[in-house]
Design a protein around this ligand. Sequence first.
Ligand code: SAM
Length: 425
Amino acid sequence: METFRPVRLVVGACLAFALLPLKLFMYLVQALGSGSPSEEDLMQSAPEPGNLPWFAINIGVALGRFVELLPNWINPPTIQMLQLGALAHWKASTIKALAELGVADLLARGPRSPQEMASSLGTPRSADALFRLLRLSSSSGIFAVDGLMKGSDTRFKNNRMSILLRTDHPNSVRPMLMHLGNDSDLPWMKLAEGVKLGKLPFELAWGKDVWQYLKEHPEREHIFSQAMAVQDKVAYSTALKEYDWTKYDEAIDIGGAYGSFVAALMRRHPGMQGTVFELPQVVNNAKSVWAEEHTDLAGRISFAGGDFFDAQTLPRPANGSTVYIMRSILHDWDDSASIRILQSLGAVMKGSRAKLVLVEQVLKDDFVNDISMRHGFDLHMLVACGGKERTELEWRNLLGRAGFHLNKIYPTKAMQSMLEAELVP
Ligand SMILES: C[S@@+](CC[C@H](N)C(=O)[O-])C[C@H]1O[C@@H](n2cnc3c(N)ncnc32)[C@H](O)[C@@H]1O
C-alpha cells in the first residue's frame, strides 16, 4: 500500500491543479447567478423540456450523470459519504422550509434582508434563523445575494432557481415541495424500520395509508392534487407532442387529480372531449378548479366520481375512438392491486376500440447507468404507498396478466414514457 502513496500524491496534486479552472468557472457561474435578470424576467424563465431538441436532452442527461458522479471520484470518500448522507438531506429540508415559509414570495417586490422578511412574517425574532437558511441555500445556488454580503444584514433576491418557489410562477414547484415536506418526510424517516418489518413506511409514520390520510385531511389533499399538476410543468408539453393524440375523439383521465393533463390535451386538440375520473371528494375540488381556470373548455368536459377498483363506477367509452389515460397511477400500487385496477378498466373497455395510454417511467435493466432520480421515485413509491417504478419487461408482464397487450412505448423528453396498450380480444 505504501508504494501507492507517492502516486496518489502526484495524482492528487495534478487533480487539484486541473480543478483550478473549474473553480474559476464556478465563480463565474455564481457571478452570473447573482447577476442582473429582473424579477419580471425570471417570472418568464424555466423552459420546458418539450421545447428542447432531442440531442440537447441526451447531452444534458449524460452531462448530468457525469456531474452527479464526479464528486465521488474527486472528494475523499469519507467527506463525500457525509455530503450525500447528511448535507443533501439538510439542503433538501432547507429548500422545503423556505418553500413553506413563502420566502420567494416575500422577495417578489425586490431584494430584502432577513430582518425585513421576518417582520413581514410577523415573527421578528426569526431573522437570524432565516439568514442561516438563506446562507445555506444561496451557497447551493438557490436565491442570490444583492450587493454586499453583510452577515444577517445581507439582502437576498430571487434567482432562476428560487423563482420557482414563488406561488404565482407559471412553473412553480412549491406545491410539490410542500406536499413532500409535510406528508412524506416522516415516512422517509421510517424507511429502515419499514424494510425490517416488511411494513409500509407511510403507515408506520401516520397510522394509515396515504389515500385514507389525504381523505381525512382535505387541506393536505388539496396541496397533493396541486402537487400532481407540477408534473405538467416539466412534462406535459413533451407528453403532448411525442404521441399522436389526434386519433382520439375522447380522452378519459383515470385518477386525473384536477385534470390539468386532460385540459392541456383538449386545448391542443380542439375537437376532443374530456372526462376526469377521480375519487368523489377530489372531483368536487376539480370542478371548482375548472370553473376558475379552464372556462374556455366548458361544455367539452365531464367529471365522474368513483373508485377505479370498482368497474361499475368507471366511465364507459363513447361511440367514437376513446383513449383512457392513467398518468402516475399504477406506480402507486403493487402488482396485485395494479392488476385489479387494469381488470376493472378492461371490463368497461370490452367490446370497444378504446386504447389505454399509461404515462409512467420505464426503468432501464442496466440500472447502474440509469438516471438515479428514477430510482429515487421508485423508493418514494415504496415509502409513500407501497408502489413501484417498473422496467419494460415488468410493464409488459403486468399488462399481460391483466388481459392487455403493450403495443408500443413512446419515450418523452421528460422522465416518463407513454405506454400504449389495448385489450387482448
Ligand atoms: C399520483 S396521483 C396522479 C394524479 C394525476 N393522474 C397526475 O398525473 O397528475 C394518483 C391519483 O389517484 C387518485 N386515486 C387514488 N385512489 C383512487 C381510487 N381508488 N379511485 C380513483 N382515483 C384514485 C388520487 O386521488 C390521485 O389524484
